[in-house]
Structure formats: C-alpha cells, structure tokens
Design a protein around this ligand. Sequence first.
Ligand code: KIV
Length: 301
Amino acid sequence: MEKRQQRTKITVPEIRAMKRGGQRLAMVTAYDATFARLLDACGVDIMLVGDSLGMVVQGEKNTLGVTLDHVIYHTQAVARGTQWAHVVADMPFMSYQSSVEEGLRNAGRLLKEGHAEAVKLEGGRRHVELVRRLTEIGVPVMGHIGLTPQSVHAMGGYRVQGRGADAARQLVEDALALQEAGIYALVLEGVPQELSAQITSCVGVPTIGIGAGPHCDGQVLVIYDLLGMDDSFAPRFVKRYDHLAGRIRDAVSTYVDEVRRGAFPGPQHSVSSSPRRTEPAADTEVAETVPLYPGVTLVKK
Ligand code: KIV
C-alpha cells in the first residue's frame, strides 16, 4: 500500500534537527492571515512576524516605532492563518533592552496574547541573561546578529557588519555566547559570506541568513521584497521571485477603468430580488442561496 507522508506542525526540536540532517530552512516574514495561509501552503518552515512591519506595513523609515502591541496584533493574525509553519514574533525596539524583567514579561505577552511559538531578539552578548531566563521558562529564543536594524543609528545606516578581523571575532563570540545561553536558531543579517560560513560551522544551532550568502543553514526574506511589491527597493541581497507591484497596478487600474466605464459589476456579480430574474453567467448556477464571501451565505427566502 502506498504510504502517504503526513505534514505535521514544525517544532523547535525539528528546526534544530534540520541542521543535523543537513536540511535547509526556508523562512519568510508574514504580517496578516491571508498571506500566512498562502505561505503556509507553500511549505515555508518558519513564518516571522518581523518588526520590518514598521517599514513595509506602516510605511515608516525604520523599525524603531513598532510597539509590542503592534507585533501582538499582527502575530495573532498570522497565527490564525498558519497551520504548519513555526510562528516567530520579533521583540520590538525597547521591549527588552531596559531590563531582563521587562524582556521576560514582554516575551510572555507575545506567546500568551499573540500566540507566537518563539521570540526573536536582536543583539549578542549583552542579551545572554535574558536569553537564558527565557529559555529556562520554556520560551524558545531566536537570536539575530550582524546588521541589527534596531541599532540603525548606532551603525550609521544599514551597513554590512563583521568586516575586518576584530569585528568578525566579535560576531563569532556573540554567536557562541547566544548559543551557550540557549537560542535554538540564529539570524545572520548583512555579514560577509565567509564570516557566515565560519559562524555556521562553529555553532550547533541553525543559522538563517539574510544578506549573509549561501553558507547558512537557511534563508529569510521579507515577503514583500521576495514578491517585488516595491519597485524602488532592490538591494543586492534580495531576489525578486515576481514583480507583483506591476501586476497589482495592472489589475487595480483595470478595475478602476471598468468601474468608470460601468463594465463592473456585470450580471454575474449581481443579485436580483427574485433568483429567477438573475441573469446567470454561463458557469454560474442560480440557487436559492447566494454566496457573498467564502463561508458567508445570504439565504434567500
Ligand atoms: O524584521 C524582520 O523582518 C527581520 C528579518 C528581516 C530577519 O528581522
């Protein structure tokens, strides 16, 4: 008898095991339930509710204004739309930097209220105490080192980090310290590929790269970048798998034109007071119940 492979929810132990098994991880960002449902169906391993939402959803210049409540709101939506992928929520700027106690409380809210399965935080050795305490109480932590966007002002912009022997050594030490504190995965952002290869070989947890070359155990991209939804943003590390910006413009311009010309809605998009009087389109069945949205039906009496 043919044995069918059952898809199961991806867990923290499985993510760790994927490195040991040499399986690469595919992570993307998500901010709402509709995208989450689509991405989940594509076999994405990890869905990150990134604080990049400040830039791509809220239209801000950087991620600094994102609040814990914003991340909770978006994580709730993503969790509702996700069945299989592992859902990680970003800890936004100033939700964990001022004290370990505050970091613990806020990470707890991301799991309790947002329904995240893990949290991600930016920075290395300075956060080992928080990582250790979170890990002890059962909150999985994903680290994030290299180009850390919450430190944009300190870095003087979004610049590659870890160039030069000293800077590279600091990042290796950060990775090892976070691993020792208990992280289960580590994002490497904006670092030279030789350095990410070195970090990947010296830590036992999976590394997930963005602008960090091909030698990481996995890759992450902001979903809007992957889909080409902003044609003014084309950094070297992004591969656009589509150019949705142009396709969205075409579709919506057609809609605007059809509304103005009176070509939409047509008979197939309209209902009459008597079902018999409805002009059915060739492929439309006239029924006593009229579906309005998926799952919402207007029952005609
Ligand atoms: O906020 C985010 O989207 C991120 C990823 C780019 C790693 O941190």
